[in-house]
Design a protein around this ligand. Structure first.
Ligand SMILES: C[S@@+](CC[C@H](N)C(=O)[O-])C[C@H]1O[C@@H](n2cnc3c(N)ncnc32)[C@H](O)[C@@H]1O
Length: 203
């Protein structure tokens, strides 16, 4: 009879063998409401979202809902040597996958909810985050969760920091406007479906 440790190891090995797209699709069918999308973001969406970040002044970069890590390498390529990058996801399979596949001392992944971003940032030795990136499916999250996440994000951001949000559902704006006055918005058509992008600034 195999021990639970070796079963866990086997499951992790099997996950590592999956391509990011296959892993993403599998998790979408397992947890459609929490994953919220069938295809990860395109490279153009990634570049466009990250282009407005002032990378020379980033010490703490947070990501909500990294999934299979579609943004991870792009963030690490831009982040300075002293920067820290903390990703938060509720899905234990995505968390295990990222721990196995993204090996960089600046990167860590926490299994938990974005609602708890303030304590997670504090646990990593910072008082605030410079930028928070989100691929969360706001419109399918349980009632109240989206609003609590945006409120906590505003509190955790430093002055002049920004909440970077990409989604295909335009209703995300309704979650942002009660907490942020200055919001920039664009659409990236080269994405399936087209990505709506918001930069909500704390200024
Ligand atoms: C649409 S996927 C994002 C995929 C990825 N970022 C991309 O670019 O393709 C949404 C992710 O949000 C995660 N998620 C859902 N609710 C969450 C919460 N309250 N806190 C953190 N992550 C959550 C899901 O597990 C999933 O990984």
């Amino acid at each position: 009879m195999p021990s639970s440790i070796s079963v866990g190891r086997e499951a992790r090995k099997a996950n590592r063998r999956l391509s990011p797209r296959a892993m993403f699709l599998r998790e979408f069918f397992r947890r459609p409401v929490m994953v919220g999308s069938i295809i990860p973001s395109s490279n153009r969406t990634i570049r466009r979202v990250l282009d407005r970040v002032d990378w020379g002044n980033v010490r703490m970069f947070v990501e909500y809902g990294p999934g299979v890590g579609t943004f991870c390498q792009a963030v690490l390529d831009r982040l300075g040597p002293d920067g820290q990058y903390v990703a938060i996801d509720t899905n234990p399979d995505f968390v295990a996958y990222l721990r196995d596949t993204v090996r960089d001392p600046r990167f860590s992944v926490v299994q938990g909810s974005a609602e708890d971003v303030e304590s997670i940032v504090a646990d990593h030795g910072h008082e605030s985050a410079d930028y928070v990136l989100s691929g969360l499916p706001f419109s399918t999250l349980p009632p109240g969760v989206g609003d609590r996440i945006v409120a906590a994000t505003r509190r955790v951001l430093r002055q002049d920091g920004a909440f970077l949000v990409y989604q295909f559902n335009p209703n995300v704006r309704n979650f942002l406007t009660p907490h942020f006055d200055h919001i920039d918005y664009e659409i990236e058509w080269w994405n399936v479906p087209p990505a709506q992008i918001w930069w909500a600034w704390k200024d």
